[in-house]
Write a protein that binds this ligand. Structure first.
Ligand code: MG
Length: 377
């Protein structure tokens, strides 16, 4: 056998085992039909390349909900990455989507009204709202035959590079992960455990790239947070995300007046209504579609945060290329992007978004511009 043929067959085998793996990871599929509307939800288990540890837990898989919304012969896709911290699961997100069917039956072109109706259904389940908002806007983009960045009036040449996240692990493992991601000009390091300094020193020993540090509320008092941030600033850390518990705005205000580098809110910020109270406690905010309930709310948050002089980062959960495409579409409006959820998994069920070094390149296809790897999804 010639080498070329050997490589071709090898490539086909890898591709078929990848597709078989994608098919196997579907845990449940449910379909609801009303008139010309058909909504299919699939609970899909994303497999992480390596165990993912934050200050509050460790995961090797994440169960997301993929939504297929079909109406008038057009299909829109959406994805929910449920956040357990806010009492969400794949099942509770799916239940919300089932309850939302009467809203989805109405005119989807009036998408702003539909979002308000979804918001009125329940105060939580924001990942499910994000999935439906995404699916409706994908549907609208496909109806118009234009990509969503064009619908929003955004320049696709101005997408941002993404950071590459390194979860908490043994110092040597974190060091190896940093070395294995040379294309990423900025790394985001998870901290909030007793070995934080050892971890940062290990990474600094192998790279001088700018670092962002995310404490995920891991430092319990303001003195500890200030000491750590002073120490991190001396080691080239650009800014620090969510130093202390989300509700503790008073100590974050104290901290903001003393730190040598900016502090960003993540767990402290959810929706546009939260932002005014945060402006005195943080220099910037991290907006995530799954936390806020979708693209429409994220756009409102951008306007208010800018008016208050806040810096902006767009972040993600562990998500496939579907939800990452939605977030990447908005990056021209942000200062920083932390959109690497799809890079951290081995069985991404969508394709269409591509990485050029560390820069997301959006598809020119209509809507979100991505398609499922298994055609019938
Ligand atoms: Mg964070």
């Amino acid at each position: 056998m010639k080498r070329k043929d050997f490589l071709k067959i090898g490539g086909m085998l890898v591709a078929s085992s990848f597709l078989a793996d994608c098919r196997q990871t579907v845990r449940k599929e449910s379909v609801a039909k009303r008139g010309s509307l058909r909504v299919t939800t699939t609970i899909y288990e994303l497999k992480l390349r390596q165990a993912w540890t934050l200050s509050r837990g460790t995961w090797t898989t994440r169960r997301n909900v993929l939504v297929r919304l079909e109406k008038d012969g057009i299909t829109g896709y959406g994805e929910a990455a449920p956040i357990p911290r806010y009492s969400e699961s794949a099942e509770s997100n799916e239940e919300f989507i089932r309850q939302a069917l009467p809203v989805l039956e109405k005119d989807l072109w009036e998408y702003q009204d539909r979002w308000q109706e979804l918001e009125a259904l329940s105060p939580g389940q924001n990942a499910a709202k994000a999935a439906l908002d995404m699916a409706i806007l994908d549907w609208i983009g496909k109806n118009l035959g234009i990509p969503l960045y064009q619908f929003f009036g955004l320049n696709p040449e101005k997408t941002l590079p993404t950071t590459y996240s390194i979860g908490i692990d043994e110092a040597e493992v974190m060091q190896k992960t940093a070395l294995a991601a040379p294309a990423f000009r900025r790394l985001k390091i998870k901290v909030g455990v007793p070995d934080d300094r050892k971890h940062i020193e290990a990474i600094r020993a192998v790279t001088d790239r700018p670092l962002i540090v995310d404490a995920n509320e891991g430092w319990k008092d303001r003195q500890q947070a200030l000491e750590m941030i002073n120490w991190l600033a001396e080691r080239g850390v650009e800014f620090v995300e969510q130093p202390m518990p989300a509700d503790n705005l008073e100590d974050h205000r104290w901290l903001k007046e003393r730190v040598p580098v900016p502090i960003f809110a993540d767990e402290s910020v959810h929706k546009v209504k939260n932002i005014p109270a945060l402006a005195s406690a943080f220099h910037g905010i991290n907006i995530k579609l799954m936390k806020c309930g979708g693209l429409q709310e994220a756009l409102r948050m951008v306007s208010v945060a800018r008016a208050l002089g806040l810096k902006l980062m767009i972040g993600c959960m562990i998500e496939s290329s579907l939800a990452i495409s939605a977030a990447a579409t908005l990056t021209p409006l942000f200062d920083y992007a932390d959109l690497d959820g799809n890079i951290l998994v081995t069985n991404d069920p969508f394709r269409g978004l591509t990485l050029d070094g560390d820069l997301w390149k959006l598809s020119e296809k209509p809507g979100l511009g991505v398609e499922p790897v298994i055609p019938e999804w």
